[in-house]
Design a protein around this ligand. Structure first.
Ligand code: V0D
Length: 227
């Protein structure tokens, strides 16, 4: 019944949301990370298999150092608060992106969470960190070359990507009002439905997530009926 396996989300608008209320941008990131929990729980209730969240892009290193420092603390803050609950509810943590450039402390925290949740089967919460689609494609290509391949199939290529064992993305949601892909999952979005929402990420609630999924289901039905 549910053709929706994989939802990808660009969680945009956190800094703008905070600035609007005369608060520091990091306050927006804080509320943004609380909202990750809300949306993960809703995805769990709806029977979605994978949610891939754009947490930190390869371009985000250009931001002020103070903001980067705060962002790199968020995984630890997040797990301190939610790891127990994630395990109780069967949520498995995964990551994609080039983690080799993430500060060691932050990387260790994430590796630990991936390890501690590896047997959970209800939902994969997949964080894209130091992720860029072109970077991923270049890393995949280099790994194929390293394996000695001189010609590849789509399947070979798929298997060299960070998302190798995940289903294709069915639905992309971008909050914050912009209508761009911003170097996110370009290969994986080949057949995805795209939904753009004007609301900033900290304001985007479970109801809003539901509406996006209704929109997706309606489009699928129309597509199924060839109308
Ligand atoms: C800030 C809105 C959770 C977007 C959400 C390091 C930008 C809050 C995590 C997180 C971020 C990452 C990995 C992990 C567990 C949690 C997170 C970053 C930014 C960048 F294993 N929220 N969050 N990571 N934001």
């Amino acid at each position: 019944m549910n053709s929706l396996k994989h939802v990808a989300i660009i969680m945009d608008g956190n800094g703008r949301w905070a600035t609007k209320q005369n608060k520091d941008r990091t306050v927006g990131h804080h509320y943004g990370s609380e909202n990750v929990r809300e949306i993960a729980l809703e995805a769990l209730d709806l029977g979605v298999e994978v949610v891939t969240l754009y947490a930190f892009s390869t371009e985000n290193w250009k931001r002020p150092q103070k903001e980067i420092d705060y962002l790199m603390k968020l995984p630890a803050i997040f797990f301190k608060k939610f790891l127990k609950e994630l395990n109780e509810k069967g949520i498995r943590i995964r990551t994609i992106g080039d983690l080799s450039k993430i500060p060691e402390k932050t990387r260790k925290v994430m590796e630990n969470a991936v390890e501690e949740t590896k047997n959970n089967t209800k939902l994969i919460l997949n964080f894209a960190l130091n992720y860029g689609s072109r970077d991923e494609i270049v890393r995949a290509t280099n790994s194929l070359i390293q394996q000695g391949l001189t010609s590849v199939t789509e399947e070979d290529f798929n298997n060299a990507l960070d998302t190798r064992d995940l289903p294709d993305v069915d639905l992309l949601i971008r909050t914050g009002g912009d209508k761009r892909l911003s170097n996110y999952l370009l290969w994986q979005l080949a057949y995805a439905e795209l939904v753009f929402v004007d609301m900033e990420w900290p304001r985007f609630g479970r109801e809003d997530f539901n509406k996006c999924i209704e929109d997706f289901n309606q489009r699928q039905r129309r597509f199924g009926g060839l109308v």
